[in-house]
Design a protein around this ligand. Structure first.
Ligand SMILES: C[C@H](O)[C@H](O)[C@H]1CNC2=NC(N)=NC(=O)C2=N1
Length: 129
């Protein structure tokens, strides 16, 4: 009786505390994810990535970086593109002022944030810079 209740509570908590993901996790097909992350979940996951911020509407996360020069930024975009293609989950990439980069992540299929966005953020963080 109590074992079953505890198991149910654990399964429920796993649904709400998506803190198990890491840079080694794989993105799921976006269409199958179902629902976007709540503000509290986003705040928890922001602690696991470096330098990312959430938009006021809780629909995307973004990171700003300054690279040494234009070609460094282009090479960085290529690295990100390779990861995005491998994961089937793609950021918006902005390059302005020859070396200023902004990376935006959101799950387009659900018009909001999912764990895929944080998995990608962790993978991008692990590229360095
Ligand atoms: C069919 C294809 O896998 C889907 O359109 C993928 C492509 N890349 C994607 N990238 C992002 N950020 N969100 C999506 O919903 C998404 N969907």
């Amino acid at each position: 009786m109590y074992g079953r209740l505890l198991q149910q509570a654990f399964l429920q908590s796993r649904k709400y505390f998506s803190t198990e993901i890491s840079s080694k996790s794989r993105c799921l097909p976006c269409e199958g994810i179902g629902k976007t992350l709540e503000r509290e979940q986003v705040q928890q996951l922001l602690d696991k990535v470096q330098g990312w911020k959430v938009s006021p509407d809780n629909k995307q996360i973004f990171k700003n970086l300054e690279l040494p020069d234009f070609m460094s930024a282009i090479r960085y975009f290529q690295q990100i593109a390779d990861v995005a293609e491998a994961e089937g989950h793609h950021p918006d990439l902005h390059l302005t002022g020859y070396n200023k980069v902004r990376i935006d992540l959101s799950t387009h299929a659900l018009k909001g944030l999912t764990e895929n966005d944080f998995i990608m953020a962790m993978k991008i963080d692990s590229l360095g810079r």
